[in-house]
Design a protein around this ligand. Sequence first.
Ligand code: FMN
Length: 200
Amino acid sequence: MDLMQAIRGQRSVRTFRPDAVSSAHLTTLIEAAGWAPSPHGRQPWRFVILTQPDVKQHLAEAMGTTWRNHLAQDGQDAASIERRYQRSLQRITQAPAIIIACLYLDDLDSYPDPERQAAETTMAIQSLGCAIQNMLLAAYALGLGTGWMCAPLFCPHEVRTTLNLHASLHPHALIPVGYPAHEPTRKSHLSVEALVVEWK
Ligand SMILES: Cc1cc2nc3c(=O)[nH]c(=O)nc-3n(C[C@H](O)[C@H](O)[C@H](O)COP(=O)(O)O)c2cc1C
């Protein structure tokens, strides 16, 4: 597949057919992630793959409980909280596979001052985004659809506890993977002219 065609074609998929995703395909996605650039080449990412329905259900419920509390704190009414909760539960449980992308900082450089340490962490987060994008593009080339849910950032403790993850793993994104139920909505994107602020 032509690379620009893949970059333009890959969009967020939020509903999937029930067909399973093969272990070979899931392995390819992780390999693609692993080829991303990273600070000092330290590859500050690790991934959790979930395909078992009971594990996905348990995770979705644990994250959903925190989300419901956050929505209530924001002053949302009970009916819309329940509607949004059910939709997110469905999105996670109905995806044939889920990949949790975790930031892993233990192999990065350490600095005595907080500014450089913060820059090191920022670089790691930037590269985790690159790794995820590699994964999304590789999935698209295999005919798979993917989404990106930021929910783990808002409830890392629940994700760690439910999946029994080591404290060194910082869950940053939840990627549902499967065969798209239908063509995703294609939003318009900014033009090159709008994106480039200076070209001297
Ligand atoms: C860091 C990040 C967090 C995101 N979180 C969510 C999310 O929680 N739920 C969701 O439906 N989409 C999420 N998205 C996907 C964006 O909504 C989507 O990429 C954007 O609307 C553009 O749509 P497209 O990917 O189909 O072009 C996230 C994307 C990024 C990069």
